[in-house]
Write a protein that binds this ligand. Sequence first.
Ligand SMILES: Nc1ncnc2c1ncn2[C@@H]1O[C@H](COP(=O)(O)OP(=O)(O)OP(=O)(O)O)[C@@H](O)[C@H]1O
Ligand SMILES: Nc1ncnc2c1ncn2[C@@H]1O[C@H](COP(=O)(O)OP(=O)(O)OP(=O)(O)O)[C@@H](O)[C@H]1O
Ligand SMILES: [Mg+2]
Ligand SMILES: [Mg+2]
Lengths: 159, 159, 155, 155
Amino acid sequence: RERVFMEGFNKLKNRFNELFKEVFPGSKAYIELEDPENIDSDILVYIEFKDKPKLPLSALSGGEKTAIILMLLLSIYSIGEDTVFLLDEVDAHLDIRNIENMSKVIRAQKKYNQIILVTLPGHDSMISIADHIIAVAYRNGVSKVFTLSKEYMERMIRE
Amino acid sequence: RERVFMEGFNKLKNRFNELFKEVFPGSKAYIELEDPENIDSDILVYIEFKDKPKLPLSALSGGEKTAIILMLLLSIYSIGEDTVFLLDEVDAHLDIRNIENMSKVIRAQKKYNQIILVTLPGHDSMISIADHIIAVAYRNGVSKVFTLSKEYMERMIRE
Amino acid sequence: PYLKKVEIKNYKTHRNTRIVFTDGINSIVGPNGVGKSNIIEAIIFALGERSLKTFRASSYNDLVYNNRKDIDLSVTLYIVDKDGNEHKFKRVYSPKKGGHKYRYNGKRVSRGSYIINLMKLGGEGFKYVYIQQGDILNKANATPRDIKNLVDDAL
Amino acid sequence: PYLKKVEIKNYKTHRNTRIVFTDGINSIVGPNGVGKSNIIEAIIFALGERSLKTFRASSYNDLVYNNRKDIDLSVTLYIVDKDGNEHKFKRVYSPKKGGHKYRYNGKRVSRGSYIINLMKLGGEGFKYVYIQQGDILNKANATPRDIKNLVDDAL
Ligand SMILES: Nc1ncnc2c1ncn2[C@@H]1O[C@H](COP(=O)(O)OP(=O)(O)OP(=O)(O)O)[C@@H](O)[C@H]1O
Ligand SMILES: Nc1ncnc2c1ncn2[C@@H]1O[C@H](COP(=O)(O)OP(=O)(O)OP(=O)(O)O)[C@@H](O)[C@H]1O
Ligand SMILES: [Mg+2]
Ligand SMILES: [Mg+2]
């Protein structure tokens, strides 16, 4: 049981560090068991951004928290590869650069999990990474929904 | 005591309806005491958007809720005229049109209250209504803050 | 497994909505109030969720298109398992008859069976992570204990 | 009353920040992580807030620039009342001395006096409404009872 947990935990940490290094080069992340000898102890998450002190996740800014928790969740569920993500406007507190960063992280995730996300127009990177764009409008008292596949749109553009 | 409450409550409702009509023409808002005879009863807020059913505030979409609660809070505190608003990224769930709507509502509020708000670059309307723009950057391990007054910037532009 | 298609009838603003998803990135986009979160809620509804708070409602009647009593709310999910087999899950709420019906691959089943079929789908079960609108910062404020529990459940 | 100026020394990312506000609209803008919310927190700190959760901290030492023990955290507010008189409120936290000091118009006072001076400022008191980042949807989920209480407090 200890071995199963440590294997999964190490996989998760490796995946997280991969994503973290990509998005925040020069910064460091620490995900550790409070008591390394006890696999039932709490998990601490500390982040040391470049030129900033080492802080717990709870002390970070709104945008920083969002980026870290998203990458953490994606790392955790990349292991089983069978979890579907339903993300409703998780980019609400991200600035334009972090929206783009997170969109790349989400796009890289598709080899592990299906992702269904909701975003507002204007968050272009979250739309550009989509294989299917589900455009929603409201007319005559009803939602109108159109599914556009990227493949179809690229073919349209070529013709 | 009953008269004091009803006076304030009616003022609040008038102010709210003024704002609401401006932002959502063709829609209706209902702010009522659960028991009109009892000034200590709960206050119900129901909104009937154009082409949509009459619903309680809690049932609305993220953007709709944000717009309604902001206008409600501004209406409530416009009566005393001495409350300062500290708003940290309240526009997070608003689309571009509602950001503009809310920026107009906030700008109209300044004759009643001082407003200090935080917003992300890209939410231009929230920046364009400012009398003072406080630009914040992070360099060499420290926040760098510059206060720019609109008046100063307009003078600069004229010269 | 992945969700291939959803058919929504009379769930809030969705009178008759059909969406085809891909086993990749699906972005639902549109301005405020058009019905984006309603789509996610409809999916969660069909997955068996029963907390009315999750649906921003105080009764199931609140979920029916225009709060009507004369029509039924139904959401159908087409889920593909790791062997490529398609499974059809349909949940119906009928204000007239006042209850929920569950159908798996066209056959009427108990709620219990329906949930079990979701959990053992193609051997591994349909698992999902749902981050509700406005909840991401709360998730980030998880305690070290919460994070340990989260990792344990996922592993 | 309105807040005319704030001086922040050693509050989180603000080593030495001076901001002049106007009795109108003040927009604080910048990308993620630069220190915008820290400004609002510093103002709330100087207004006497004591809930560490509000400051995303578990101890007051977490609020000091780079968690240093050798420097003091101070935030000074210049508030103008309805008669145009300026009032100076300064709150200091010293990790070395391990406590808080309060100064009103340059004179050392007890916390109690400090809070009372804020509440009776120029006859009407300095009142504020603070919507924390990420909290607006929670505010919108207020119950009818919460809204009644809110209106009562404001009236
Ligand atoms: N029973 C119902 N029948 C019809 N419409 C309803 C019903 N319940 C809620 N609605 C409407 O659904 C709309 C909310 O839809 P939804 O939450 O999906 O919007 P959204 O696209 O996610 O918007 P946002 O970007 O603001 O979050 C509201 O405008 C509300 O009026
Ligand atoms: N004691 C401290 N000393 C120095 N820096 C700190 C301290 N505590 C927190 N910080 C830093 O403050 C930053 C957060 O600042 P703040 O919350 O004001 O950002 P923000 O501009 O509001 O960003 P966002 O748009 O993402 O909400 C974090 O990057 C954190 O590293
Ligand atoms: Mg929504
Ligand atoms: Mg912030």
